[in-house]
Design a protein around this ligand. Sequence first.
Ligand code: BGC
Length: 531
Amino acid sequence: MQYVNKESEIQRSQSIRIQMNRTETNDVNGSSCVKRIKLSQDVPDQESLYATLRKVEEWLQPFRLPKEKLREVSARLRKDLIRGLGKHTHHRAPVKMLPTFVRATPDGTEKGDFLALDLGGTNFRVLHVRVVEEQQKMVKMDSKICAIPQEIMLGPGEQLFDHIAACLSEFLESLGLKGHTLPLGFTFSFPCEQIDIDKCILIRWTKGFNCSGVEGEDVVKLCPVCHSVLPMAIHRRGDYDISSVAMLNDTVGTMMTCGYRDKSCEIGMIIGTGTNACYMEEMKNVKRVEGEDGRMCINTEWGGFGDDGSLKDILTEFDVEVDRSSLNPGVHTFEKMISGMYLGEIVRLILVKLAQEKMLFGGEVSEALLTPDKFETRYISEIEDDATGLARAQDILSELELPAGPEDCAVVHLVCSTISTRSAELTAAALATVVNRIRNNRGLNHLCTTVGVDGTVYKKHPKFSHRLHDTVHILAPKCDISFLLSEDGSGKGAAMVTAVAQRLAMQSRLLEESEGEDEDEEDEDNEEEDN
Ligand code: BGC
């Protein structure tokens, strides 16, 4: 890896040019660490820099997880998946393993026009999607984004759903679609207990949402007289109608859009603001839903892993602090070690501590560095970029009013890569658990499968995906995993889930009709025989 720092003021003025060769190798425990750091030219006192980096590296050890520890983490999650699926163990299980009532992935015959809603971050989106059977593709016809201001994210639920309904109304108006009845897929990316494809009860808000009066409520019901929140918001406006609703999680949307392109895609994974995965589980293991045949997609909600204290041995004081100061202390422990909403904050807390311990910024901290959430997660991706990372670090640190020299930039880089590596490796441990489970479920020696993936951390970080792939390969050696990047799984996936639900409903209607005809024919035959 090479870092060439060209732009930054301070380096120009001091005519310092850093070229670092850093190799990440495995230490005896198998965890990734900095083995060799070589600086070329002009850096004042290279020896002192090496010494500082070695000291910081040692200090960061609690964040380095040897492969053996990752295997242990994976084994704990395996037990939690089983607890989450069990009829009698589910209610206490931290990993909820929620049935989604999605029983099939696309078969390519789906078609039609759909409306899709997507809520899961600071924006709400509404889309008009056309699924074209002949060309096997999904076309996003139009879409509209509405920001969700913080006061709405934290206000009454009714206000949130009114905001959504108003956005939808404007969208339909602008397209001249008012009065048309289109099936609706709603990607609602929070943990929900689904009772059917069109009934889902919000278990809890995550990712900075905390609207009152929604937790424990059914988010959607088609019947206007029932007490759900969204349809009432839609019907309150009274100017448009919707023929059917499918509710889904963003992981499911991701799996379904990727499944349309690759039939072996049976896992959906998100590593963005939050993290989660879904996969196709054998019905006989889904103890809370009747029926033994076939498969159903399970939304694992793996973000909740560790909420019962099972990850205590790997939590650092910084993880504990991030949790304590979050909107939802005590919940989504795993998510808080992994996802974009929290990584920047973990790094910020570490930088403050390193400065206080005189290993950084000459022992100084700025007002900005002491402000929660000031160190954004995207900075980690930028700083870890091989070509421009160190220059960018310099700029970011001066934006944060920190007196940073080249040595500080190298230390900050080391902190960022440690935290993002831990995130990638923990995600790999969780994914390995899921693929190993699918392989065991099917009694296979070897599993070939595809994971549909979305999320800014996975897509934007320059090294995250490689680290994840390498580690999952080690932890699940009998599985060949392909990773397929989802293109707008949350939006188009909503249309796809609705389309598949409609296809299945149509198929079972046709089956019932033909069974009815068979019965009629049998009755007629019996009558003829009687005569
Ligand atoms: C939510 C999941 C969601 C994930 C990714 C988590 O906070 O609980 O439902 O899939 O974020 O968006």
